[in-house]
Design a protein around this ligand. Sequence first.
Ligand SMILES: NC(=O)c1ccc[n+]([C@@H]2O[C@H](COP(=O)([O-])OP(=O)(O)OC[C@H]3O[C@@H](n4cnc5c(N)ncnc54)[C@H](O)[C@@H]3O)[C@@H](O)[C@H]2O)c1
Length: 276
Amino acid sequence: MFGQLFPRKRAFITGAASGFGLEIANKLAQDKWHLAIADINVERLASAKNELEMLGATVIAIELDVTDWSAIEKAASQIKQAWGGVDLVFNNAGVAGAGKMEEIPQNEWERILNIDLWSVIYGCRAFIPMLKHQGSGHIINTASSAGTLSAAEMANYNVAKAGVVSLSETIKVELAPHNIGVTVICPTVFKTNLGESMSGETANERNLQAQLDESKVTSADIVKDTFKAIRKNKLYVMTQIDAKLGWRIKRWMPELYAKLMAHCYKKRIWIYKHLK
Ligand SMILES: NC(=O)c1ccc[n+]([C@@H]2O[C@H](COP(=O)([O-])OP(=O)(O)OC[C@H]3O[C@@H](n4cnc5c(N)ncnc54)[C@H](O)[C@@H]3O)[C@@H](O)[C@H]2O)c1
C-alpha cells in the first residue's frame, strides 16, 4: 500500500468509528496495520474495532472527545508506550454546522470551532514532538472545501476549516526539514453520517443534508486520493471537480470568484439549490 515508506505500519485516526475515518481504518486494516482508533461514539467505536480486527489489524480503541487536550495528550503517550511511535496521524473527527453569520448562536460557534479546529491543533501539538524525535511520519488533517471556498451561510464551519488549511500549510513548511509530511483533505460533499451532527432545524442545515443525501462520491473515493497524496507527499487533496475548479478560480480571479458565488447564492443555484 505504501511500499517501504512506513514499514512499522502504525496509525492514529480520530473520528474512526464512522464515514471517512472508518474507511481509512478499513483500508489500512486490510494491509495489517496497527491502528489506534479514537472516537466519542462508544458503540460505533466498539463495532469498528471488531470489524478492523477481523480484517487483520491490531487495534487500540480509545474513547475520547477530541476537544479535550489532556485526552489527546494521553492517547499520544499510550501509542508511544504500545508501539514506540506512530507513522500516520489522521486528525479527522469533525461535525457539520451551517447558518447565517449573525444567527448562529454563540454556543454553536464554540462547538464547531472546538471540534473542527481546536481538535486538529491539539492533534498536531501532541504528535509533532514524537514525529520529530523519530525523524519520520506524516500528518493528515481533514479540512473541507468549506475552508477554501467560503460558501455563504456556513461561516462557523468555513472559519474552522480555513484554520485547518492554514495550520496544515504552515506545518508543511516547518516540518519539511524533519522528514515529516503533511497533507490536508479538502473535499466538497461526499456520503457519510456527517448530517447526524447537525440539528437539522434550519434551512441551511437542511440544504447541507440534501447535498449529503444526493452525493454520489464515497469515502472510498477520497481515501484513494488521500493515500496517493501521502505516497507523493502532496499537500492538498481535492477530489471533486467543484473543489478543484472553485479553488483555482478563487486563487487566480478572486474578485470574479466572489461575484460568481454571490450570483449562485442569489439565484439559488449550485450548492444553494436546496436553500429555501
Ligand atoms: N462528508 C462530507 O461531505 C465532508 C466534506 C468535507 C469534509 N468533511 C470532514 O470529514 C471529517 C469526517 O467526517 P465524516 O464525513 O466521515 O462524518 P461522520 O459523521 O461519518 O464521521 C465523523 C466521526 O467523528 C466523530 N466525532 C464527532 N465529534 C467528536 C468528538 N468531539 N470527539 C471524538 N470524535 C468525534 C463522530 O462520532 C464520527 O464517528 C470531518 O472533519 C468532516 O468535517 C466531510
